[in-house]
Design a protein around this ligand. Sequence first.
Ligand SMILES: Cc1ncc(COP(=O)(O)O)c(C=O)c1O
Length: 374
Amino acid sequence: MSAPQPRPGILEIRPYVGGESHLPGHDRVIKLASNESALGPSPRAVAAYRATAATMHRYPDGDALELRQALGARYGLDPARIVCGAGSDELIHFLCRAYAGEGDEVLYTRHGFAIFPIAAQACGARPVAAAERDLTASVDELLACVTPRTKLLFLANPNNPTGTYIPADEVKRLRAGLREDILLVLDSAYAEFVGANDYTAGIELVDAGVNTVMTRTFSKIYAMGGVRLGWAYCPAPVADVLNRVRGPFNVSSAALAAGKAALEDTGFAALARRHNDYWRPWLAAELAKIGIPTTPSVANFVLARFPTTPGSDAAAANAFLKSHGIIVRAMGGYHLPDCLRITVGTGDENQALVAALTEFQAKANAQASAKAAP
Ligand SMILES: Cc1ncc(COP(=O)(O)O)c(C=O)c1O
């Protein structure tokens, strides 16, 4: 019996595995697995979301006009060159669908965001991963991977799950080193958290030509991951292409309303930023004190590295945390099996995480000493 078959390559996609939310036997869990904002959404965004309920029989504004105007005003951008999506994930898929296909290559970094290879494979293209240096994107390695088949390059800056970034002059060097017909997509999902003054989210690079796009999300500092809202700032021809491939009503009324309110609540976003500015370095410092190094993250999470010794390794630490009701993200799928990614939580959550890992380290060290004893 023959059954319908997907296009070649589709069944080679390794489905995205999201962070867990529940642990058997735990009524309440501490979830530090999905880089969600510790403070939750702005109350003004929640109110705006609720206010759309009574008109849910109406289709949303398919042009997302008010939100694009608000984004344009906030960042000094031409609203006509902003395209909204159901999360920036959707925009990443649209870009692949529109600019790559069978026989093409889509470049990204070895530990780059997992949706990049999935979106490439979904449109029949081949994902090509460039080596990194010190868990950081390398412009030289990326440029060395370019072939005549390269159509798109995705750079998450800062990257998830490493948390590292490359400075503006390096992003500029990357663009300058790429052929003009290669579309460079700067995924700046965590831009609002970055304090480094040599950082760029990419706006000036988009404005400088016709071949660079910046994607952004409301899922991180604006804490609206459940609503699905992202946007892309594009050269005019790319915005035109995205508007042709997207669904006419791809963003819901609730997302549009909540997004606009979240954007207007600048005080709340500033609070989330200050929270992260305090707790991310605190987490990194406390983990270092107990012998767990982390990458120099500029986002709202840290990537913690464990030894490979059984009992002291990332898998054992993860199991221990789960037994204490704490969910972080295992990194096997990112080729980082010795690491755990830990999202910055509330103050209490961060303290509980450090207390649990301190206990774990003490146990692991005691076990190691017992084994080493003659
Ligand atoms: C680097 C990066 N890009 C994009 C996204 C997707 O964001 P969205 O929720 O807008 O689809 C994430 C989410 O984790 C991310 O880490």
